[in-house]
Design a protein around this ligand. Structure first.
Ligand code: ATP
Length: 231
């Protein structure tokens, strides 16, 4: 298993955001974390990334704890999108690519490829803040995957996008998986997860209420019971 989450709990004062969560995600897998608002998805991701320490339990990636030295191997699309609105699109992506160990020329050619693929090449020299919310989200996605990370964590990557852009992103995610990345993403919506993932976990108040291979879960529970409420 490439990513192992073992009996992890996170408490914030009185609130238990994640409660005894155990997950094993195989290398090259596309894993969906489903849950309504406040279920504990973002907290789980922050612990995987080493941004938050678990109150109890351990998280290992390829047998070792994740720390800063591995940050260039991980790509993260945060739920609160974090780009600088005043910087220009290409300028900002080059900066982020270099921060993650890319050479400038390498970053520039990858950026051109992604901007073209997402139909936003004409915006390369615009300030990020001038782009629509959907286009900014595509930029945030590019920022997460530009450096070809081996582990990709996407927090609600499809939320707020129109159907055309959802399809663009889904195709991109599938290509990254084909190229060997391990991908974990969260969603409120079953249809996004069932199209893309082999394995899923449904979180409810920090607990994994259902986890396993999607095909087998559907067979055992029937599709109806796997619909997530609370969007
Ligand atoms: P959403 O989609 O709304 O972000 P989520 O599934 O990502 O939901 P989390 O953000 O992980 O859920 O939150 C889980 C619980 O932990 C919530 O009750 C939230 O209020 C609480 N929580 C998260 N971060 C903190 C914090 N820094 N301090 C206190 N409570 C927190």
């Amino acid at each position: 298993m490439t990513l192992e989450i073992a009996a992890v709990t996170k408490r914030f004062g009185e609130t238990t955001a994640v409660d005894q969560l155990t997950l094993a995600i195989p290398e090259g897998n596309m894993f969906g974390l489903l849950g309504a608002n406040g279920a504990g998805k973002t907290t789980t991701f922050r612990m995987i990334l080493g941004l938050l320490a678990p109150t109890e339990g351990t998280i290992r990636w390829q047998g070792e704890p994740i720390d800063y030295s591995k940050s260039h191997l991980i790509g993260y699309l945060p739920e609160e999108r974090g780009l600088y609105p005043k910087l220009k699109v290409k300028e900002q992506l080059v900066y982020l690519g270099q921060l993650r160990g890319m050479k400038k020329a390498e970053a520039l050619s990858e950026i051109d490829r992604w901007l073209e693929r997402f139909h936003i090449r004409d915006y390369a020299d615009r300030r990020v803040g001038e782009l629509s919310k959907g286009n900014q989200q595509k930029l945030q996605f590019i920022a997460a995957v530009l450096h070809r990370p081996k582990l990709i964590i996407l927090d609600e990557p499809f939320s707020g996008l129109d159907p055309v852009n959802v399809e663009l992103l889904k195709e991109a995610v599938l290509d990254l998986k084909t190229n060997g990345a391990t991908i974990v993403f969260s969603s409120h919506r079953m249809e996004h997860v069932e199209e893309l993932c082999e394995h899923v976990c449904i979180l409810h108040r920090g607990r994994a209420v259902v986890a396993g291979r999607l095909r087998e879960l559907k067979r055992s529970f029937g599709k109806k019971n796997l619909v997530i409420h609370g969007e």
